[in-house]
Design a binder for this molecule. Structure first.
Ligand code: OFO
Length: 179
């Protein structure tokens, strides 16, 4: 028996497609970074592509768990290549912020419908988006440091190397404890 509303089913299906699109964005930008001799940034972006695909799958499983119907649909084309690393990171941040707004719609509808199961499910994504925005903001800060300090290309080289092993998770206020 279906335990989500038709409207929620539709919204969740659209979000599933949106997460797949997010993966395409990271894939496209990762390929661009690799082609432009930034293998570390490419590794980071490919790693994140994987995360987005997991988000897509998580939503698919949830729709099925709640007795809904999954609709796998066509994806929008990936965005055009960025002009440089700074532009690439800014675009990624914008995509993440836009995705956070879509997640908010699910949580808002769940609240309006008193669908507490989906409200609870949505909270995982709310937290995830906080972490992702924090993560990308942190990378942008590092990039700004690397690109404005004396040392130019060398700093960018180190920045790129650093990102190859950078975590895909950020520490947020929620994770902080005072020892
Ligand atoms: Fe799916 O977490 Fe970013 O968008």
């Amino acid at each position: 028996m279906k335990r989500i509303s038709d409207q929620m089913e539709d919204l969740l299906n659209r979000q599933m497609t949106r997460e797949a699109y997010q993966a395409q964005v990271y894939l496209a930008y990762g390929a661009w970074a690799e082609a432009n001799s930034f293998p570390g940034i490419a590794t980071f972006l490919y790693g994140h592509m994987q995360e987005e695909r997991e988000h897509m799958f998580k939503i698919l499983k949830y729709i099925l768990d709640r007795g809904g119907e999954v609709k796998v649909e066509a994806l929008n084309a990936a965005p055009a290549c960025p002009t440089n690393i700074g532009d690439c990171l800014q675009h990624i941040l914008q995509h993440e912020i836009e995705n956070s707004k879509q997640i908010d719609k699910i949580v808002r509808l769940a609240h309006d419908e008193s669908d507490w199961a989906t409200f609870n499910f949505g909270q995982w994504f709310v937290q995830e988006q906080i972490e992702e925005e924090t993560l990308i903001n942190g990378v942008i800060d590092k990039y700004n440091l690397a690109s404005t300090q004396i040392g130019g290309n060398h700093n960018l080289y180190e920045f790129d190397k650093d990102l190859a092993s950078a975590s895909q998770e950020a520490t947020t206020a929620r994770d902080e404890t005072l020892e």
